[in-house]
Design a protein around this ligand. Sequence first.
Ligand code: BGC
Ligand code: CA
Length: 299
Amino acid sequence: MQDGVIEVAVALDMSLGESPVWSVARQALYWTDINNGHVYAWCPQKRGAPTRTELGEKVGCVALDEAGLVVATASGILRLPESGEPERLADNPEWKKEWQQAGQGNRFNDGRCDAAGRLWAGTIDAEESNASAALYCLDRGELTRRLTGIGISNGLAFSPDRRWLYHTDSLTRRILRYPFDVDSGTLGEGQTWVDLETLGLPGVPDGAAVDSEGCYWSALYDGGRIVRFTPEGELVAEHPVPCPHPTMVAFGGPDLRTLYITTATQHLDAEGKARWPQAGSLLQMRTGVEGLAEPGFGG
Ligand code: BGC
Ligand code: CA
């Protein structure tokens, strides 16, 4: 693999690949296909195919847990132990079972754990157009609403010094950062940090990862590229992706220098799928900079 060259890591036909997360302890990558309710697990060094778990409902994101994984789905937040039954940790306050058939209710979307082991996960407006969604935090069994008035909660990440929480409402095309206190889990007032409009960048900011230099890598959904911003919000790199809808990135591999990129086909017609055959696959790119080890869920 050559630095900066994007290639297929695992050929797949996912509708909405999302939420890649690397476990240093297990040397494994996990990710989801939100629309199909799938969770994938894959050890690149073993060279085999990924395993796939069907959850029977949409699954927005996955996080690491000592016993296995934690997932935020349409109905709520669940622990998925490597062996044994799933354990329900919290219900989704914006969703009811009787709404499922009608496609109503806001499912969970993007999320990740902070360094203290809290799970932060946001929801997405069912029509992807109203500001009805929110950002939640699950801390020692208690789910609290932290930000409201959101359309599509995305791009959650933390600075390496733990002083900032990054977040985007994709509908606004802006990425905000909030002063963050990791001991108490409190957020200060958000400030616009990056505005795609001002920078003349296409698409919307979707999922992200922060590297060891504190730079923020953002997947531009419908923008066909991955962009890298310094902590000051300056655009320093653009990597075109061979499909219009990259969704999120994660650093992984033995040296944390492989950038894994999930992608979507949900907004492509037959012509689009033929034009971008790598859409729907898991992609990868070697980088000159290391990522950060992802913290797990703490309870
Ligand atoms: C959502 C998708 C949405 C995309 C772009 C993703 O996080 O799950 O439904 O289309 O962001 O906004
Ligand atoms: Ca996302």
